[in-house]
Ligand binder design. Sequence first.
Ligand code: N01
Length: 542
Amino acid sequence: MSINNQDDSTTELYDAVVIGAGFSGMYMLHSLRQKGFTVRVYEKGDGVGGAWYWSRYPGARCDSESHTYCYTFSEEIYKEWSWSSRYPEQPEILRYLNFVADKLQLREDIQFNTEVKSASYKKDKNRWQIHLNDERKVSAKYFITGVGCLSVNATNIPHFKGLDQFQGEWYHTGAWPHTKVDFTGKRVGVIGNGSSGIQSIPVIAQEAKQLISFQRTPQFAIPAKNHPYDADMVRQYKEKYSETRQKMHHSRAGYPWDNSERSALEDSADERRKVYEEAWENGGFKMSFTYNDLLINETANQTIGDFVRSKIRDKIQDPTVAKKLMPSYFFATKRLVLDTDYYETFNRENVTLVDVKEAPIQEITANSVRTANEEYEVDILVFATGYDGMTGPLLKIDIQGKGGLSLKEKWAEGASVRAYLGVATAGFPNMFMITGPQSPSVASNMPTSIEHHVEWISNCIEYLDKNDVETIEANEHAEEEWSKHCNDLFYRSLYSKTESWYTGANVEGKPPAFLIYLGGVGPYNKKITEIASKDYEGFTLK
Ligand code: N01
């Protein structure tokens, strides 16, 4: 089956064009191809993997457990691949995605080393015209973005005065060289201490002569407690495939955990401490799910925040350094980080912590970073400064919908960023965004949310095709209501009390907006399934 491709001035006609060959684009390709549609994927890199292709910085690994940070749509694939440890390192995830690409023969429909520069909806033909960086134009009935929430195209490199005069090497963690960077005998400055900084600092510190961590805001980091998987563990997680998949898809955050039904305030201080100690010993994100009100009740949040701060204090030998490493905002309202030897690294003699909130970076010279207080000589600078998240990857592409309306214009204000169910936006017919703004995305285990969106989009396209529907477009009213609902959830949560990359506060001049649906993965999945069963309520089908 193939959708009737109208003639077009372009030579290549597809039912669907997908941007990106990461977790999203790969599964989107497979899913639509299975239903008989013609699909072309364009990928900037020369291999599959998306963020896992680009983020090759030292210590890069996933914060979700390996047997959950993977596709679950195919039992065969799930059981054929064996993970080597609890948290997979970047090379292993990349090997896994290459294994999937081979297994499903995806490469034949992916064009690598190719960027989508712009895409515009042509009303007369009801097709999207997509311009590639090699000057070619291709045409598709459906335009699907699988660009991720954080992308190599949207790295955040703050405008420090003098960076262009720096004589040493400098790298961003999300666009890391493919050859090893040698830190031996070098003085290394790392700016930023989010997930990427916290993973790379301990590894770089072992090799470098000196490491200086320029920290603006301390983080809550929970022990990862990584360990290898032995044959028995692998057998056990594979045996639980169906149960794990079922739980993940109905859960709060895409993980196969049973949620606590208790408030932190129902337990005595001693009982709570026991719960937190046990979670701390087990390691991982589950710590923030120990009680059901940690992210909505200030007093409850304070209890876990105090617990983690006491742990940080215990790990650091110098009390002045310990104090600087202790966050004061609400626990887990910035993305929680998993730690392998991060805090301990500040007990090393070759590591210095510089508080750049107290004394901001004023300039970068040929061989140093100068703060308001002091100058630090460095040979290599690592920018672990994150991304222009959520909207950044989409807005780097010039996307024009009906009547030449550009997505950049539509989303120019933080409050104007609206996406119905986080998957489509009014004015842009037949365009779908995998894990777009206002979907659970980064507040969930990404592969779970990706599977939901891919399956929903693919079923939707099949429905349109079977029912001779030519266009689907989100209604303005529906997206406004959805947006209000997302904002209500946000303002009821403690996320609204903290500035972070979730709110766009990390990028200079970015209009503030919190673009994550906080209602939970399971309820979200139920909602989008219901919408589909009501002939795509909230969309106009023509
Ligand atoms: O980026 P971040 P990241 N001057 O934005 C600092 C995912 N991820 O690449 O907090 C000085 O978290 C900034 O300071 P502040 C994951 O979703 C996943 O580490 O804004 N400092 C912060 O410390 C994660 O959340 C994995 O005050 C400046 C840091 O740079 C997301 O990617 C691994 C600054 C940026 O931290 C982003 O993580 C890695 C300035 N001008 C990443 N500007 C997994 O394991 C920024 N900073 C799956």
